[in-house]
Ligand binder design. Structure first.
Ligand SMILES: *Cc1c(COP(=O)(O)O)cnc(C)c1O
Length: 376
């Protein structure tokens, strides 16, 4: 068994695993399950500081992103796709798949989105039904300031679809204050449940946009409106994955019982960055560091594969490389959710220190010692 220190899926606590083994009822006809589902959705909404309704969907993180786009997009709709990372750019595919016209707003992949530059752009171009953006673009660890970006878009009446799958509960999200219309999350990142579920928080404006469509939504599975009356009608569009939802609830109960969760992520995130810099390694980004994942460049003299292999085979720890244009160039340490403990990080840095030295990298400090000093 490996210790997974990847930016999702993350480690799953024992009480979450146990919750998944509870005796099952029939979720289609047992109204107690409908109550449980509703309470769980309300708990998620409250943890995201919103009065908006949450729906848990039976599919991993990607389903939420696709459902948001499928439910909003009508043929010909113009959609602003904010792209300063791989997931950011990826939204364009969902938009065009459902007949929309994505307009890509491309920005630097090494720096957090320049909100002032976006504001200037919007002064001239603002004829969009909605915009898509990513809170933490995980392949590079890029954090965007959704608390400034969403209200700016909303000023022009542009609805927002925010992918916070790998940021929420590791970075602050206040959905109402941030004026987010569709907020997407997944079970397997900072939430620290196994992969398999996504959830979407839907504003009244977004609901109205879906209800007022002139054309039908070109999907059943990704149609969010099928959930709107589930509670009144005691009916779900498909059989709910009851055991997964029992596990998800336990994971959210853990988050609710952990008032220091954001502070812990902030301490671990900054300590990880300071440690790598002090050692002489290079952080991949120039700005926009998410406290859920730390990404550093692979030193020139060695390869990402060698680091990952040694970490796994000699130390039983899985770190992640990355993909697309980042493939082979960076290593990612996922310190979100249940991964985000000092002891996990010490263990990881102890192993990484050995591996890098054995591969011939000259580290200027001891990774675990520096990290520990920085966190206390
Ligand atoms: C993990 C992740 C998703 C969901 O993708 P999976 O296929 O479930 O891993 C969506 N967006 C971001 C930014 C993610 O990091």
């Amino acid at each position: 068994m490996y210790k997974i220190m990847t930016p999702g899926p993350t480690q799953v606590a024992e009480n979450v695993r146990t919750a998944r083994s509870r005796v099952c009822t029939n979720p289609d006809i047992d109204t107690e399950f409908v109550e449980f589902y509703k309470e769980t959705c309300e708990l998620i909404s409250s943890l995201l500081f919103t009065k908006n309704e949450t729906y848990i969907l039976d599919g991993e993180g990607i389903l939420g992103l696709e459902a948001a786009c499928a439910s909003l997009t009508e043929p010909g709709d113009k959609v602003l796709v904010i792209d300063n990372g791989i997931y950011g750019k990826g939204f364009a595919d969902f938009v065009s798949m459902y007949g929309g016209k994505p307009e890509i707003y491309h920005a630097d992949y090494l720096r957090t989105l320049d909100v002032d530059a976006l504001a200037s752009y919007l002064e001239i171009h603002h004829d969009y039904k909605y915009a898509t953006l990513v809170h933490c673009d995980t392949p590079s660890g890029m954090l965007n300031d959704i608390g400034r970006i969403c209200p700016l878009l909303k000023k022009y009446g542009i609805l927002t679809v925010v992918d916070s799958v790998s940021a929420m509960f590791g970075e602050p999200v206040r959905a109402d204050d941030f004026q987010i219309d569709l907020l997407c999350g997944g079970s397997q990142k900072a939430v620290s449940a196994p992969p398999g579920l996504s959830f979407v928080v839907v504003s009244e404006d977004a609901k109205n946009a879906m209800k007022n469509r002139k054309t039908p939504i070109a999907s059943f599975y990704a149609n969010l409106t099928t959930f709107f009356n589930y509670y009144e009608e005691k009916w779900f569009p498909y059989t709910m994955p009851i055991s997964d939802i029992y596990g998800l609830r336990a994971a959210f109960d853990n988050i609710a019982a952990d008032p220091d969760i954001l502070k812990r992520h902030a301490i671990i995130g900054s300590a990880a960055r300071e440690t790598l810099k002090a050692a002489g390694l290079k952080l991949h980004l120039e700005s926009g560091f998410s406290n859920t994942v730390t990404v550093f460049d692979v030193p020139e003299e060695i390869t990402a594969d060698a680091i990952l292999k040694e970490m796994k085979e000699k130390h039983n720890i899985m770190l992640a490389g990355s993909f697309d244009e980042f493939s082979g160039k960076v290593i990612r340490i996922g310190h979100m959710g249940a991964n985000a403990t000092i002891s996990n990080m010490i263990e990881t840095f102890t192993a990484l220190d050995k591996v890098l030295r054995e591969l011939g990298v000259n580290l200027k400090i001891s990774l675990p010692e520096y990290f520990l000093k920085f966190t206390y």
